[in-house]
Design a protein around this ligand. Structure first.
Ligand code: EPZ
Length: 421
C-alpha cells in the first residue's frame, strides 16, 4: 500500500507550473472518436483518469499513443464495440463515451461509470438530451444503452445545470442532421475547451461558455492539433495551499479569468493575489490573521464545488465561524470532514451546510483521502499541521493530480511517497 508522509510546517515558496485540465482532457479525448483522421492533443496531464481513457480507446480499437503530455488518437477505421466494463467502471467521465459513440455509430452501450462517490449521480439529463435528438435510451442492470436510427437536431432545456450532460449532448449532436440547442447549459471552462476542440476539427458549435449552446450538425470531422487548457482546480489547489502555509507562490500556466471566484474569496479573507497574463501570485505574511468567510458552491462562474474541501481546510484555522453551503452535490462532498476533525478541526455539518469554527492549529494524524478533491484538501491540511501526517488511499489523488508530490516538494514542502509492505 502507498501512502504520503507529510511533515507540516513548511512555508511554500517559489513557482509551480499547472498541468492541462483533467476535466477537459477526459471529454476531448473521447471526442476524437467522432473524427476521421489523426487528432494530436497537447498539454494532456499524465494522470490515472487519462491512462484509463487511453486503455479504453485502445480496447475499442482506436490507434492511440500518449507520451510527454501529447495524446494522439486515430479512430478512422473503428468498428462498433461496447465499452469494456472493467475499465469504464473506474471513472466517472467514461459517460462521455455514450455521447461520442452515439454520435459516431448511432449506438452506445456503456456500463454506469464509477469515479468519486459524491452522493447520487443520476444521468437523466444526459438521457433527456439524447432523446431530444431522436435516440432511445435505457438503463438496465447498470448499463446505459442508447440507440438511434438517425440523429436529428433538437431543443434541450436542462432541468439542472450539468457539466456532463452539456458535453455529452454536444458530442452526440455534432454529426446530427440540423441544429441542436442546449438551454440552461453549463458554462465551465472545459465546456468551452471541448467546443473549441470540436470546432478545430470542423464542427459548428456556437455559444459555449454561455447558457445557450447551438450545434449545427456537420457531415464529418477531420483530424488536427489542439492544446488543452490549464487545470482550474489544480491551480486553485496551489493557490489555497500557498495561503494555508502563509507562503508566496507564483502559479504559472493558468488562465486568471477561470480563477476569479477563487481569487475573490481569497482576497476577501485577506490573502494577496496578483494577476498576470498567464500566472497568478498568491502571498500571505507569516503572522497574517485571515478573515472568516461564507462560501456557496455554484456552477461556473460561481465558486467551484471541486475547491470546496481545500477551502474548508484553509478556513479550519481562521478565527470565528465560516460557513460553506454545498449547492452542487448532495450527500458525499463533506465526507472529508471526519478526517479533518481527527486533526483537531471544529466543523459541524448540517445537511448541505458546514459551519467551521476556527481552531488555533491542526495536528498531524493518519488520514484517508475520501475522494479526489478531499485528498487534495488533506494534503493542504497536512502541510498546515503540527507534526507528521500519513495519508492513505492515494489512488483518488492519482486520478487527477499530475506529479503532486514533486510539485509540492519543489515549493519547499516535506512530502514523500512511501510504499508500505
Ligand atoms: C463534473 O461532474 C466534474 N467531473 C466534477 O468534478 C464536478 O464536481 C462537477 O462536474 C460539477 O462541477 C468531470 O468533469 C469529469 P454535473 P459531472 O453533471 O459532470 C446533478 C472532480 O473532482 N445531475 O455537473 O458528473 C448531479 O447529481 C470531479 O474533478 C442530475 O441531476 O457533474 C449534481 O448534483 C468530481 N442529472 C449536479 O447535477 C444528470 O443527468 C451537477 O452534476 C446529471 C447531473
Amino acid at each position: 500500500m502507498e501512502k504520503l508522509v507529510i511533515r507540516g510546517g513548511a512555508t511554500l515558496k517559489g513557482e509551480v507550473t499547472i498541468s492541462g485540465a483533467k476535466n477537459a482532457a477526459v471529454a476531448v479525448i473521447p471526442a476524437a472518436l467522432l473524427v476521421n483522421g489523426k487528432c494530436r492533443i497537447e498539454n494532456v496531464p499524465e494522470i490515472q483518469d487519462v491512462i484509463i481513457i487511453r486503455d479504453i480507446m485502445d480496447k475499442l480499437g482506436a490507434k492511440v499513443s500518449f507520451e510527454g503530455g501529447v495524446f494522439e488518437v486515430d479512430a478512422t477505421d473503428l468498428q462498433y464495440r461496447s465499452a469494456p466494463y472493467e475499465l469504464v467502471r473506474k471513472m466517472r467521465a467514461s459517460y462521455y463515451l455514450i455521447g461520442a459513440m452515439l454520435g459516431r455509430f448511432r449506438k452506445a452501450e456503456v456500463a454506469m461509470p464509477g469515479g468519486c462517490d459524491l452522493g447520487p449521480r443520476p444521468i437523466d439529463q444526459h438521457q433527456k438530451g439524447f432523446e431530444a435528438l431522436g435516440a432511445e435510451t435505457k438503463v438496465v442492470g447498470g448499463v446505459i444503452y442508447a440507440e438511434a436510427e438517425k440523429l436529428v437536431g433538437g431543443n434541450v432545456y436542462l432541468d439542472i445545470v450539468s457539466v456532463g450532460a452539456t458535453m455529452n449532448i454536444m458530442l452526440a449532436a455534432v454529426l446530427a442532421e440540423g441544429t441542436t440547442t442546449i438551454e440552461n447549459a453549463a458554462r465551465e471552462p472545459h465546456i468551452v475547451d471541448l467546443a473549441n476542440f470540436l470546432n478545430v476539427m470542423g464542427a459548428n458549435i456556437k455559444g459555449a461558455g454561455t447558457d445557450v449552446i447551438k450545434i449545427k450538425g456537420v457531415k464529418s470531422l477531420q483530424g488536427g492539433t489542439y492544446s488543452i487548457i490549464p487545470d482550474q482546480i489544480e491551480a486553485g489547489t496551489f493557490m489555497v495551499a500557498a495561503a494555508a502555509t502563509r507562503g508566496d507562490v507564483l502559479i504559472k500556466n493558468v488562465i486568471p479569468k477561470h480563477l476569479e471566484s477563487i481569487t475573490s474569496k481569497l482576497e476577501e479573507m485577506g490573502v494577496t493575489v496578483e494577476e498576470f497574463d498567464d500566472s497568478v501570485r498568491v502571498s500571505c505574511p507569516k503572522d497574517a490573521k485571515l478573515n472568516k468567510i461564507v462560501i456557496k458552491t455554484q456552477p461556473y462562474p460561481g465558486f467551484p464545488t471541486d475547491m470546496q474541501p481545500q477551502i474548508a481546510v484553509l478556513l479550519s484555522t481562521v478565527k470565528g465561524n465560516s460557513t460553506i453551503m454545498e449547492n452542487v452535490w448532495s450527500g458525499g462532498r463533506f465526507r472529508y470532514v471526519d478526517e479533518l476533525k481527527r486533526m483537531g478541526a471544529n466543523i459541524r455539518v448540517d445537511g448541505n451546510v458546514a459551519t467551521i469554527e476556527g481552531v488555533d492549529k491542526l495536528t498531524g494524524a493518519p488520514l484517508h483521502a475520501t475522494d479526489l478533491r478531499a485528498g487534495a484538501g488533506m494534503v493542504i491540511a497536512a502541510l498546515m499541521a503540527e507534526g507528521n501526517t500519513e495519508l492513505y488511499e492515494l489512488r483518488h489523488i492519482d486520478r487527477g493530480y499530475e506529479n503532486l508530490e514533486a510539485k509540492f516538494t519543489a515549493l519547499g514542502a516535506d512530502i514523500r511517497r512511501v510504499i508500505e509492505i
